[in-house]
Design a protein around this ligand. Structure first.
Ligand SMILES: [Zn+2]
Ligand SMILES: [Zn+2]
Length: 774
């Protein structure tokens, strides 16, 4: 059947929404910059690519090949679908091809390649792409799913090993003596999609890579590291920190793309319904997206909507179906939800219906990114900024049929970062400002990896430089604890246990709390130990995958919360007291009357009560007292101080604590624009007078023991950070503050006090003496 063709230009349709559309930009088509294949690429390797239709290279591929061939450690940071894999595969496979004749022997070993992916799915995808290289590459995936035979084959025969940092950490490095053939022959180590290694996980992976480098050197190998990353700020700094090596960046994307229109959308302001909440709120982004999807479907525009949660995706599709049913019941049938977990034949049917144009609207969570092959779409609606520009580009990139313009629409959620972006398109479309960050010197991360390294090969003073400035201190602590002992050849591991078990590289600190259904005894999920006191305390309403539960009992000691299914028509929010103490000021920068500092802090947090809030707009129903222990966290923070005279000069009738508190909330909401983190990764404290600084102080700290690099990035780009925070608050048209600017969903103080106008005046006072850049 031939389906009717598109009736409207989606860009025109979007403009009909007037004020809600804050920006429209047409990005012209980009022509490719093409380069020939270099002569040194093995003819068989080149033939493999030519069989896939790749007869020439894009400029950035040629540039990367040139560096990698010369043995320079390289990071390729270009857009999605710009052919980054070729840039590391072609030189690596060329070496393997040369291995057939023995012309590239390292010592007496044949060349090998190690490929690291953050997810098993990505490694599986790479393995498929190596199918054409069977004449010279013997690839094998090594992960937690292998049989004994598979692993033995990989050890004895594979020359292209695909694995992940977890397997390297737990299995390959501790048993390196069995992997000497692979580790001693390495010519290339590929770290694919390396922007995933951020925060505490990034710090762990940085040390896993240092342990790998140390073992390679021990067996006489000196591999070239090739990293691939999404477009981020300063990829060479990030890649350098991750590997501990000097890394050359390749960032000039020379791949072609079709013309695209980008529209930014801000939902309108409505009166708040909660008498104890903000006076105004924005209409929900899912309602807006549902309406927009309706109009696009009526216009026969094939549209995909990305929504963060499964519930949200269902709401968007339901809104569109309901409204379409009023217009034409046949159209309602042509909208669906993609919920993940489909059977292959169901997925193929969905793909087929999208391709043919039978299906006009699909609402999906990010699960779709991996599961389904889509072509022939004209529009993408992204509901809420997905966290990074690369993720947004990837979602928008799902639309675009050959020779036709596509459109990508970002609908803002009620978050300060979304408010900022829809009013500052340059931050989305201009040069990248977000950086992937982590702190390899975090002692809580470094210690366990030093222990693991010592068990692999005894540590000596020659290793101090490899593991960073805190190595000596870290070794001393392990020695004092009896884990390491110094002997003639260095520091040895003294225990029978495997030292690598000390580091759980995916954990973010604190044992998780188990959530158990009291009726059935079934485990329904876990929450992070760090946030359990405020989310699963006794009496808490806890939502798990859309199901509402009430907590009957929270056993702090054993880390178990017993819950039952219930829908009590109220939600709960924990209230806490937080005290912060500066333990060491590492860096300070004076900005006239203001100062920015970075260093170590101790944060003591205690959840003391919780509020019950009506879910039908009835306000606060009551407050219940809780008895929970105080928790101490040693971490890193950035803090801003302002002298009393400057505060007095800036503030007239403003509520000073409320102004600092509002500025803190917005700043926490905006830091993810500059460092790829989540606002839930960081915490804040603000006070009109702090005992350690003697002045008005706003602290923003990493929510992980030892720090995660986010506060440090905030310090490094403090002037930009405070400016975008100020601009986000100003951009929000609400009168007295709302969740799109200064209200925080995780405030332990019930969002009190808050002074929106005062926050802007306070931030202006901070910025008077601030440097222009950054
Ligand atoms: Zn607002
Ligand atoms: Zn707060």
């Amino acid at each position: 059947m031939l389906w009717e063709t598109q009736e409207v230009d989606p860009a025109d349709l979007v403009l009909r929404y007037g004020d809600r559309v804050t920006h429209v930009e047409r990005i012209p088509e980009r022509e490719a910059v093409v380069e020939p294949w270099p002569d040194w690429v093995d003819p068989d390797v080149r033939a493999m690519y030519e069989a896939e239709g790749i007869s020439t290279l894009w400029g950035h591929q040629a540039e990367a090949l040139h560096h990698v061939r010369a043995g320079r450690h390289t990071v390729i940071s270009t857009g999605t679908a710009s052919g980054k894999s070729l840039a590391f595969q072609a030189p690596a496979l060329t070496d393997l091809a040369a291995g057939r004749t023995g012309s590239s022997l390292r010592g007496n070993r044949l060349p090998t390649v190690l490929y690291l992916a953050p997810t098993k799915a990505l490694a599986a995808d790479q393995l498929r792409r190596l199918a054409g290289a069977s004449a010279f590459a013997r690839p094998a995936t090594v992960d937690g799913d292998n049989s004994r035979e598979e692993r033995a084959w990989a050890r004895d025969h594979a020359n292209y090993l695909l694995t992940n940092p977890d397997t390297l950490h737990h299995s390959i490095l501790p048993a390196h003596a069995r992997w000497t053939r692979v580790l001693g022959g390495l010519t290339h180590v590929v770290v694919d999609e390396c922007h995933h290694y951020r925060g505490v996980f990034g710090a762990h992976v940085a040390h896993v890579l240092r342990r790998l480098r140390r073992i390679c050197a021990y067996y006489g190998a000196d591999p070239t590291f090739v990293l691939s990353s999404a477009t981020v700020a300063e990829p060479e700094v990030f890649a350098g920190r991750l590997t501990g090596l000097d890394v050359v960046p390749v960032t000039d994307d020379a791949s072609p793309h079709a013309a695209r229109t980008i529209a930014l959308w801000e939902p309108p302001i409505l009166p708040g319904v909660d008498p104890d909440g903000p006076g105004v709120v924005r209409r929900s982004a899912t309602s807006e997206a549902g309406e927009l999807l309706t109009d696009l479907v009526i216009g026969r525009v094939r549209t995909l909507a990305f929504v963060r949660s499964r519930r949200g995706a269902e709401a968007v599709a339901a809104t569109a179906q309901r409204r379409l049913a009023e217009v034409d019941p046949e159209l309602a049938r042509r909208v669906a939800t993609y919920r993940g977990g489909y059977l292959p034949e169901e997925r193929r049917e969905l793909e087929q219906r999208l391709r043919s144009g039978d299906l006009l609207g699909l609402a999906s969570t990010n699960a779709l990114e991996l599961g389904i092959d889509i072509a022939g779409l004209d529009a993408v609606i992204t509901v809420g900024f997905p966290g990074t520009r690369a993720a947004l580009q990837q979602q928008f990139g799902r639309a675009g049929r050959s020779g036709r313009d596509s459109i990508g629409i970002l609908v803002a959620r009620d978050e300060p970062i979304d408010t900022y972006l829809v009013h500052h398109p340059e931050a989305l479309l201009g040069t990248a400002v977000e950086a992937s960050v982590f702190d390899p010197d975090n002692p809580y991360v470094l210690g366990p990896h030093l222990a693991a390294a010592a068990q692999e090969i005894p540590l000596t003073e020659a290793d101090f430089a490899m593991f960073g400035p805190r190595t000596e201190e870290g070794i001393a602590a392990l020695e004092a604890a009896g884990w390491l002992r110094k002997r003639q050849a260095g520091w040895f591991w003294t225990k029978r246990e495997r030292a690598s078990d000390l580091a759980d590289i995916r954990s973010s600190g604190g044992a998780p709390v188990q959530i158990v259904d009291a009726l059935t005894g079934r485990l329904i999920g876990t929450v992070d130990g760090g946030s359990a006191d405020s989310t699963v305390h006794e009496g808490a309403v806890y939502v798990h995958q859309g199901d509402v539960h009430v907590v009957d009992e929270y056993d702090v000691e054993h880390g178990v919360a017993m819950v039952h299914r219930d829908d009590p028509e109220y939600s709960t929010s924990a209230r806490s007291i937080t005290e912060i103490t500066v333990t060491e000021t590492e860096r300070t920068e004076q900005w006239g009357e203001a100062a920015m500092s970075f260093g170590s802090v101790e944060v003591v947090n205690q959840v003391v009560s919780y509020l019950k809030r009506s879910t039908s707009g009835g306000g606060i129903l009551g407050e219940e007292v809780l008895e929970l222990p105080a928790r101490a966290l040693q971490t890193k923070a950035v803090w801003w101080t302002l002298q009393p005279e400057a505060v007095a000069a800036a503030m007239e009738h403003d509520d000073v604590p409320g102004s600092a508190h509002a500025a803190e909330h917005a700043a926490i909401g905006l830091l993810p624009l500059l460092a790829t983190c989540d606002r839930w990764d960081i915490g804040g404290v603000s006070t009109a007078l702090h005992a350690d600084t003697g002045t008005l102080t706003v602290f923003v700290y990493d929510g992980y023991p030892g720090g995660a690099g986010f506060a440090e990035r905030g310090y490094a780009v403090a002037a930009t950070w405070l400016r975008v925070t100020r601009d986000a608050i100003v951009a929000c048209a609400c009168p007295d503050g709302c969740p799109s600017c200064v209200y925080s969903p995780k405030c332990g103080n019930g969002n009190e006090p808050l002074d929106k106008a005062g926050a802007v005046r306070l931030l202006d006072a901070f910025l008077i003496g601030a440097p222009v850049h950054p």
